[in-house]
Design a protein around this ligand. Structure first.
Ligand SMILES: [Fe+2]
Length: 233
């Protein structure tokens, strides 16, 4: 007998297709999820996530004449569990658009320039403290395609976090503090609980003497528990 999975917490976790964001229709399951017993191998392995998902640069900004255009930032994200303990070894994939709001992706139809010095995606492994660091440029806002309302997404960074087994995965988006478009973004506001929404917004670190004069943003990815980072498509 199939058992339907309990609904996700509607306050802290978006429920699926969001009005005003057409792409969510193809990013969520169209049928209710079904629970089935997990096998030992699914729970404990494979342990080779890292072998199959090799790290790919932690630097999207380039250097010198090959530096991407935009505000240089350092992004420090910490992967933790529900108790705040670090999750070392988590594989973290990160991608975002360039400083003109253009992704390096064939489906991006936004009429904005590609930056030849901006790569757009990274895959890094959390260290002993659960920390992943990325040197990049701040992404821009971009208009949502295929929507007659022509609303704009605020600057954001996409994350996909893999745990030690294939079944443990979190896909979400990180937002920047103080962005006016955060207030009206259909994706961020799909999280009904303001406190849970706040957990999706990075913190601007206090200014420090930095060799590159970069702004530093800090963020926390909580992979499970009551205060888990909301999953976002
Ligand atoms: Fe995006």
């Amino acid at each position: 007998m199939k058992i339907q999975i309990d609904k996700r917490d509607p306050l802290t976790q978006p429920q699926g297709v969001e009005p005003g964001y057409p792409q969510t229709a193809v990013r969520w399951p169209s049928q209710p999820l079904q629970k089935r017993p997990l096998t030992a191998s699914e729970l404990s392995g494979p342990q080779d996530v890292l072998r199959r998902l090799a790290p790919v640069r932690g630097d999207l900004a380039g250097h010198g004449a090959k530096r991407a255009i935009g505000q240089l930032i350092y992004l420090k994200a910490r992967v933790v569990d529900e108790d705040g303990a670090p999750v070392p070894g988590a594989v973290v994939e990160i991608w975002h658009c360039n400083a003109a709001g253009k992704y390096i992706h064939p489906n991006d139809t936004h009429d904005a320039p590609v930056d030849p010095n901006f790569y757009g995606a990274a895959r890094v492994v959390a260290g002993d403290g659960g920390l992943v660091e990325l040197r990049t440029i701040k992404p821009a806002a971009y208009p949502v395609p295929d929507d007659p309302a022509r609303w704009w997404r605020p600057p954001h960074v996409h994350f996909s976090v893999w745990g030690r087994v294939w079944l443990s995965r979190l896909v979400t988006q990180m937002f920047f503090p103080g962005e006016p478009l955060n207030e009206t973004d259909a994706v961020l506001n799909a999280i009904r609980d303001p406190e849970a929404r706040e957990r999706c917004i990075a913190r601007l670190a206090a200014p420090v003497k930095h060799p590159e004069q970069a702004l530093v943003y800090e963020y926390q990815l909580v992979v499970r528990g009551r205060r888990a980072t909301p999953g976002l498509p």
